[in-house]
Ligand binder design. Structure first.
Ligand SMILES: CCCCCCCC/C=C\C=C\CC(=O)SCCNC(=O)CCNC(=O)[C@H](O)C(C)(C)COP(=O)(O)OP(=O)(O)OC[C@H]1O[C@@H](n2cnc3c(N)ncnc32)[C@H](O)[C@@H]1OP(=O)(O)O
Length: 239
């Protein structure tokens, strides 16, 4: 990902990611490392500006593009690793959770923090967390909107490994891909999809309902007010 300063996910960036995933699949890619050009941020999650006073059709397109990208990422036939050498809140955490393996560096915060922002992580975000860390830990983390530090993320199983820095993180991600390289492709892909199918189907069969929930939620005046205040707090911080 290379969308400075924080790889926030707007419609255009989501489309780029989606196109890249389609291309990798068409080219029979043998593995992907999802990484960031930023030295300190993996992805800041959804671009909050896409949800602030949007036009209805633009908001719908934004959400459908996010759904398209995630459906592709979660179901890739090739192995995927997230090299998390920077913070990964909310949608950034979703990207990492959607890969098959996660390597993180020290001093990083990762989690589905939506509750803390006064919004609700969509059901499929929650499913991804549950699938990785289990029901009990996911429920606790999501209710609190908890951001895990590196040690906590390792302990709870949100990530698989800690590496010292970006170079080591990429090297460990490559080692994971190498460990998968000799597995029969069809068997590997079938098992992966078997595990992920119910989560994928839940969104695929309820896409329109999911979009409607998103639209109705973000168009509420009190939610818009919350987004406005949050945007102000973010830009004050950097100002
Ligand atoms: C009943 C059922 C209802 C279901 C309803 C479903 C509704 C679901 C709706 C939404 C779901 C949303 C999921 C999300 O992903 S929301 C996004 C959450 N993300 C965050 O909270 C992260 C916010 N950012 C940060 O914490 C930091 O920026 C960090 C990533 C840690 C990086 O810190 P730092 O390096 O110090 O950078 P700055 O904070 O100074 O930021 C630099 C500039 O980038 C802007 N920024 C940051 N994050 C975002 C973002 N997510 N979107 C847009 N812009 C962002 C920030 O304002 C700075 O901009 P500027 O320099 O112009 O001031």
């Amino acid at each position: 990902m290379n969308r400075p300063p924080v790889n926030s996910l707007n419609t255009e960036h989501l489309e780029q990611l989606h196109r890249a995933l389609v291309r990798l699949e068409n080219e029979k890619c043998r593995g992907m490392i999802l990484s960031s050009s930023s030295p300190t941020v993996f992805s800041a999650g959804l671009d909050i500006r896409e949800m602030y006073k949007p036009e209805l059709e633009k908001a719908r397109k934004f959400w459908r593009t996010l759904q398209d990208m995630w459906l592709k990422l979660y179901s890739t036939p090739y192995p995927t690793v997230a090299a998390i050498h920077g913070h990964a809140p909310a949608g950034g955490c979703l990207l990492a959770l959607s890969c098959e393996y996660r390597v993180i560096v020290p001093n990083v915060k990762i989690g589905l923090n939506e509750t803390q922002l006064g919004i609700v992580a969509p059901q499929w975000f929650q499913d991804c967390m549950r699938n990785v860390i289990g029901e009990r830990q996911a429920e606790k983390a999501l209710i609190a909107g908890h951001m895990f530090n590196t040690e906590q993320a390792l302990q709870v199983g949100l990530v698989d490994e800690v590496a010292a820095d970006k170079a080591a993180c990429i090297a460990r991600a490559e080692a994971f891909l190498a460990s998968q390289a000799n597995l029969p492709l069809l068997a590997r892909k079938t098992v992966k999809l078997g595990f992920r199918n119910s989560t994928l189907s839940r969104l695929m069969t309820g896409r329109e309902a999911d979009t409607k929930i998103f639209i109705e939620y973000i168009f509420q005046p009190k939610v818009q007010k919350g987004i406005e205040l949050y945007l102000q707090s973010l830009s004050k911080k950097s100002g």
